[in-house]
Design a protein around this ligand. Structure first.
Ligand code: MG
Length: 181
C-alpha cells in the first residue's frame, strides 16, 4: 500500500489571495518545491485537494481554476514535483457537494485509486476544514500551517487546532512528517 500527503492549495502551497483565478497571480511559497520533493523522494504520493467555492458563487469558472492549477503544477515541476491527482470541489458552501472539505470523500476516492493506506497518510492545510477533512478520512495526522488563514484558525479555533500538529509553513510540515515517518 502507498502513503500520501494531501495538500490544500490556497494558503498552503501558494499565497492566499481572495478568490484567486488568474495564473499570473500564483505565488508559490518559498521552499515549497524543495519540501514537496523531499516528501515525494521518501515515497509519499502528493495529492492536491482544493475547495473552490468561487466557481459555485459564479466568480470564476472551473476552467479558470484548472488553469491556476496548471500554473501551480508547472512552477513546482521545476523543482521535480509531480502531483498524482488534483481534486477540486467547485460548490459554494450552501450547495450540495460530494467532496467539499471537510468531506473526506476525495481522500476515499484517492485511497481506492492509488491503493493508499490513509492511516499512514497526512493532510496539510491552513483551515480547520482541512484538518477535519483529514480526521474524517482517518489520516495519521492533520497538520496546520500558519501561512494563509492558519494563524487566524489557531486564534479562533484553539480546540480543534489543539488536536493537530501546528507548523510555520509547508517546509515545517515536511520536516515534521519526515521526522515522524
Ligand atoms: Mg487554504
Amino acid at each position: 500500500m502507498n502513503r500520501a500527503i494531501f495538500l490544500d492549495r490556497d494558503g498552503t502551497l501558494i499565497v492566499e489571495k481572495n478568490y484567486l483565478h488568474r495564473p499570473e497571480d500564483v505565488e508559490i511559497f518559498p521552499g515549497a518545491g524543495v519540501a514537496l520533493k523531499r516528501l515525494a523522494d521518501t515515497g509519499f504520493k502528493l495529492i492536491m485537494v482544493t475547495n473552490q467555492s468561487g466557481i459555485g458563487r459564479g466568480f470564476y469558472t472551473l476552467a479558470d481554476a484548472e488553469r491556476v492549477n496548471e500554473q501551480v503544477c508547472a512552477e513546482l515541476a521545476r523543482a521535480g514535483v509531480h502531483f498524482e491527482k488534483i481534486y477540486i470541489a467547485p460548490e459554494a458552501p450552501d450547495q450540495p457537494s460530494r467532496g467539499r472539505k471537510p468531506s473526506p470523500q476525495f481522500l476515499f476516492d484517492a485511497r481506492d485509486e492509488f491503493d493508499l493506506n490513509l492511516a499512514e497518510s497526512y493532510m496539510v492545510g491552513d483551515k480547520v476544514i482541512d484538518l477535519e477533512c483529514g480526521w474524517n478520512a482517518g489520516v495519521k495526522k492533520s497538520i496546520l500551517v500558519r501561512t494563509g488563514y492558519g494563524e487566524k484558525a489557531e486564534l479562533e479555533s484553539p480546540g480543534p487546532v489543539s488536536l493537530a500538529v501546528v507548523v510555520a509553513d509547508l517546509r515545517g510540515a515536511a520536516e515534521w512528517i519526515l521526522a515522524a515517518a
